[in-house]
Design a protein around this ligand. Structure first.
Ligand SMILES: Nc1ncnc2c1ncn2[C@@H]1O[C@H](COP(=O)(O)OP(=O)(O)OP(=O)(O)O)[C@@H](O)[C@H]1O
Length: 369
């Protein structure tokens, strides 16, 4: 009891002190609660004032997540690292011919035989715009779900009301969860899309691109979203690649889509191939010439049959293997001839008048040594 009386007395004293403080604030209370206003004596100039203000500005919100330009994220093993891209005069001219179309927002279509450098060029062009790059690879199984996304499961909200013991109420709300496809993200955020070998996909799938390219909207067919379409971001760009030889037997490229593309035909001359081979593998000029000559002989045989022969890829393979295994690149070296045969035989079987791998090797032995 005595204790309670003492406590009540203390309480009264505190409340009196508090009312005194209201009239005339005590120094101590000021110290305890420093004003958020800066001290005048330290703000003699406007510059100082501005400085102080910005210094005292609290980090109001989480820093916004900024998109790192594609260029800065690249590493040597990244396909978007273009440091290995060889720009000869011819390649430079081609780049400056094609870039303005993309800059103006038009879709570009690179066409040409296999291995001519369409994908390499598309990646190089895409890297010019410092936007993230989305790679799509055409195939007959690709459908709208791959591009637009689909329902990838459910989310459920469960509410259990068990406040009164005898009453138990459970409410479950189940919602379908939509996982946006890669085209949706690219269209929404303004990425550069490379749609490699687009003619391998069915015309029904490629129909999606008609309204993207013409009306600047992506229809969200079958996604069960409230909005039926999405506006295309102003930075969105797209580069298609295709191999005309593949049109036969695959799907006919729809005229409507082709009509919306700016199509550039690509080929590769000996000089460009030579520069790429030398820069990418480090072989000497005479070594590059020997490899290119051997490949050219098989190409010629293929052309005579109306077929496309070995591409620059074959030359790169031969040069890389020889460089990595210290195989002398010389027509008198057995190991080198062996590598050429292994790389080129399948093409000889396809093009020359031979019936077996053995005959192909004999053909090559005669032609390249
Ligand atoms: N300018 C270049 N600089 C460096 N490498 C290149 C260049 N052009 C082509 N290449 C190389 O040549 C090879 C074939 O090029 P790429 O894959 O781009 O051909 P493609 O035309 O897309 O072939 P496909 O139709 O078979 O897909 C690749 O190894 C590529 O890196």
């Amino acid at each position: 009891m005595a204790n309670t009386a003492a406590q009540s007395q203390q309480k009264q004293n505190r409340s009196r002190a508090g009312s005194d403080n209201n009239k005339k604030p005590a120094r101590t209370s000021r110290k305890k609660a420093p004003s958020s206003r800066p001290n005048k004596s330290t703000l003699s100039t406007r510059g100082d004032r501005l400085k102080k203000r910005s210094d005292t500005k609290a980090p109001a919100k989480e820093p916004e997540e900024k998109e790192v330009p594609a260029k800065k994220k690249r590493t040597a093993s990244d396909p978007l690292d273009r440091s290995g891209f060889v720009e000869t005069e011819k390649v430079k001219k081609l780049v400056s011919r094609m870039k303005p179309y993309l800059q103006a927002g038009y879709p570009l279509h690179l066409t040409g035989p296999t291995g001519v450098g369409k994908t390499a060029m598309a990646l190089h062009l895409a890297a010019q715009f410092d936007r993230p790059v989305t790679l799509l690879h055409g195939n007959h199984e690709m459908n709208n779900v791959d591009l637009l996304g689909g329902i990838s499961g459910f989310t459920s909200d469960k509410l259990i009301d068990n406040f009164v013991r005898q009453v138990y109420k459970k409410q479950v709300e189940v919602k379908e969860k939509w996982h946006p496809g890669r085209l949706v993200e690219a269209v929404q955020k303004g990425y550069t899309v490379i749609y490699d070998e687009f003619s391998r996909s069915s015309p029904e799938t490629n129909n999606l691109f008609l309204s993207v390219l013409e009306e600047g909207v992506l229809p969200l067919y079958g996604t069960k979203q409230k909005q039926s379409f999405m506006r295309v971001h102003k930075d969105f760009r797209i580069i298609f690649t295709s191999n005309p030889e593949e049109y036969a037997g695959v799907f006919d490229t729809q005229d409507a889509l082709m009509d919306r593309l700016i199509t550039i035909e690509m080929d590769q001359d000996r000089e460009t191939e030579r520069s790429i081979l030398r820069e990418k593998t480090g072989v000497l000029a005479k070594e590059a010439d020997l490899i290119l000559r051997n490949v050219a002989k098989v190409r010629k045989a293929c052309e005579n049959e109306g077929k496309h022969g070995p591409s620059l890829r074959a030359s790169l393979m031969i040069a890389t293997v020889c460089q990595k295994s210290d195989i002398p690149i010389s027509k008198d070296n057995e190991q080198f001839i062996r590598v050429c045969m292994d790389v080129l035989s399948p093409h000889v079987i396809k093009c020359a008048d031979v019936n077996s791998a053995k005959e192909a090797e004999e053909w090559l032995q005669e032609e390249i040594s």
